[in-house]
Ligand binder design. Structure first.
Ligand code: DGL
Length: 261
């Protein structure tokens, strides 16, 4: 069983890529939407939530946990790996591919305040962004829009434009999506920034997860289901999960909030 968690629905953008590679697996997804957004919350709080959620997911049979949230990865990935025995996969800020492909040598990174403050982001940015100007912007209000399902253009264009304008003004030709909620705004970002490349690390994270499973001798499934758990109202999560391009036989089950933490 492959488990994922996020502060809300954003991690479904990672699930979508995992499903493309491993469509016959049984998945568990936890949305901590009662505590969403994580972006400005104290590191200690996010770490405690990550521990609690991980314990719950392991109790339900998770063999691996994908921390499908950049902010939670920044706050907790090392601590989770130290504390628990199963593999934990975190989100990587995809600065490297953006820096390599950029012609203008200006790239924008859109993420939460918590992700930018994290050691992982600082290390990645120092290692891969030499010779490149990186314009960092917090995606203010974007997580909230996605949680409300308001992702369509032009609904979301004003908020998106507000966040990416400083990158475009400085000549960025690539934008890195450093939060798993933002891929749901990809169409709007494309319309607001025509010709600008968008880098979403979800596919690479999904491939890495499949590799780690293989290395650990995981017996790949022959089923195909997604169980949805949430700390708050799970209706948007279910709606968004059902709107993903999944095969007919793939089962989506929404667990009751009581079985949550
Ligand atoms: N999906 C989370 C991330 O990748 C959202 C952060 C938040 O809840 O603010 O960072």
């Amino acid at each position: 069983m492959i488990a994922l968690f996020d502060s809300g629905v954003g991690g479904l953008s990672v699930f979508k890529e995992l499903y493309r590679i491993l469509p016959r697996e049984d998945y568990l997804y936890y949305s901590d939407n009662a505590n969403c957004p994580y972006g400005e919350k104290p590191v200690q709080f996010i770490r405690e939530r990550a521990f609690e959620i991980s314990r719950l997911l392991m109790g339900k049979g998770a063999h691996i946990i994908v921390v499908a949230c950049n902010t939670a990865t920044a706050a907790a990935i090392h601590a989770l790996r130290e504390r628990f025995d199963i593999p934990f996969i975190g989100m990587e800020p995809a600065i490297k591919p953006a820096a390599l492909q950029s012609k203008s040598k200006v790239v924008g990174v859109l993420a939460t305040a918590g992700t930018f403050k994290g050691e992982l982001y600082r290390q990645t940015s120092t290692r891969y962004a030499s010779g490149v100007t990186v314009i960092e912007r917090v995606g203010k209000g974007l997580v909230e829009l996605v949680e409300k399902g308001l992702t369509d253009y032009p609904h979301s264009s004003e908020a998106v434009m507000e966040c990416i304008r400083p990158m475009l003004d400085k000549g960025a030709d690539y934008i890195v999506l450093g939060c798993t909620h933002y891929p749901f705004l990809e169409d709007t970002i494309r319309k607001c920034a025509p010709g600008v490349g968008i880098i979403n690390p979800a596919e690479a994270v999904a491939k890495h997860t499949a590799d780690i499973l293989q290395d650990n001798g995981y017996v790949f499934g022959n089923g195909g289901s997604l169980e949805l758990l949430s700390s708050g109202d799970g209706s948007i999560l279910e709606k968004m999960a059902r709107s993903l391009p999944l095969e007919n036989g793939f089962a989506i089950v929404r667990a009751s909030t009581e079985s949550s933490c």
